[in-house]
Design a protein around this ligand. Structure first.
Ligand SMILES: Cc1ncc(COP(=O)(O)O)c(C=O)c1O
Length: 397
């Protein structure tokens, strides 16, 4: 049976090849250090798991409204008010099966065949696929390394066409960890308002920030910006709840309504008991503060150490990320020193020789870089850095 045209160009996650190889080596008994993971290495906090157990005991195990239980929507409205001084109504919120489905459904409901979506590089791997699966066309704009991988208003303006429908802003970013300042967001918002372009603001790493600057949502820039923004967020990264699959989108009510209709046919609703767990995550302020501080502090210590270690490797250069849990060094000089032409081959050899798994940047639209996740212990980060350094100094293809 021939597959649909829609999926013929769909590729699996580019991180998969390295992960599969890492797993194979691990199964063969090798001591592999995996720095490819995209999830916190913390357990979901006990108070959140208890809320899910209670929901189960109380019979909250049936279908819920497609857009999420009213209490969770109310908690999200409250959170946006408290954290960002943004006022939304519950009908502007949809709770989704992970932030990923929020993005997927969003592009399904806003794009027609051939509509363009501007995606700054480096980007999170699923954005181009989501756009293409909705019949849209990704238009890439290079976030220059010299500008901390952030795009400028001039770059944005230069690629806008009559077909441009949306732009994706992911701050803090996966894979770079970089974050847009309020001024930078204001200049991007200005262009989007002028050209009537929807801003998709993926804020999933909003709570994992180690710089002094606070997180700013582009929707906070002005009322006009807010009216043209869909915020994407969720509990996966903030509360170590990747497996629970709870995300949300907030924005113009007609878009949210269409997404809810889409969800009603695609997923029916996000898992009922996971919604009660997320409700506890957002409403138990005391525990929430404690957990957030603990996670931030741990990640910050690791980032400080890993940043130091990365810059001590010959042929590596990287700016210091401000958030998320990734570091994104440019390794092209090291790759050449080792006699390779591209980062993919180099990363494969690094895994084979030194048993360290990193993600080549090509899947994020940045072929000279690698992504390392520091969602692992300082001891393992130190050991990994030691092995990478040895590889760069000693290996010759
Ligand atoms: C930038 C970004 N957006 C969205 C997601 C999806 O999050 P979720 O696990 O809630 O679907 C991820 C997960 O890796 C991410 O890195």
């Amino acid at each position: 049976m021939e597959l649909s045209k829609r999926v013929q160009s769909l590729s699996g996650s580019p991180t998969l090849a390295i992960s599969a190889k890492a797993k194979q080596l691990k199964d063969e008994g090798h001591d592999v250090i995996g720095l490819g993971v995209g999830e916190p290495d913390f357990n979901t906090p006990t108070y959140i798991m208890d809320a899910a157990k209670k929901a189960m005991d109380e019979g909250m195990t049936k279908y819920t409204p497609a857009g999420g239980i009213p209490a969770l929507k109310a908690a999200i409205v409250e959170k946006l008010q408290t954290d960002h001084h943004l006022t939304y109504e519950p009908n502007q919120v949809i709770v989704t099966t992970g932030a990923k489905y929020a993005l997927y459904a969003l592009f399904q409901v806003i794009l027609n065949e051939g509509d363009e979506v501007i995606i700054p590089t480096p980007y999170w791997v699923s954005y181009p696929e989501h756009v293409q699966l909705a019949g849209g066309k990704p238009v890439f704009v290079e976030g220059l390394e010299s500008k901390d991988f952030k795009i400028t208003k001039e770059q944005l303006e230069a690629v806008i066409t009559p077909k441009t429908k949306a732009v994706i802003i992911n701050s803090p970013s996966n894979p770079t960890g970089m974050m847009y300042s309020k001024e930078e967001l204001a200049s991007i918002a200005e262009v989007c308002i002028k050209h009537n372009i929807l801003i998709v603001s993926d804020e999933i790493y909003e709570r994992l920030i180690y710089a002094k600057e606070p997180h700013v949502s582009i929707a906070q820039i002005s009322n006009a910006a807010k009216e043209q923004t869909v915020i994407i967020n969720g509990v996966s990264k903030s509360h170590a709840m990747t497996g629970w699959r709870i995300g949300y989108a907030v924005g113009p009510d007609n878009i949210i309504k269409a997404m809810t209709n889409h969800a009603s046919h695609a997923t029916s609703n996000p898992t009922s008991i996971a919604q009660y767990a997320a409700l506890e995550a957002y409403t138990n302020q005391t525990e929430d503060e404690k957990i957030a501080n603990e996670m931030r502090q741990t990640f910050q210590e690791r980032l400080d150490r890993l940043y130091e270690l990365m810059n001590d490797i010959p042929g590596f250069s990287c700016a210091k990320p401000k958030g998320a849990f990734y570091i994104f060094p440019n390794v092209i000089e090291a790759v050449k020193m080792n006699g390779f032409h591209d980062v993919n081959e180099w990363a494969k050899a690094l895994l084979e020789e030194e048993k360290v798994a990193v993600v080549p940047g090509i899947g994020f639209g940045a072929p000279n870089n690698i992504r390392l996740s520091y969602a692992t212990s300082i001891e393992l980060l130190e050991e990994a850095a030691k092995r990478i350094k040895r590889f760069v100094i000693e290996y010759q293809k």
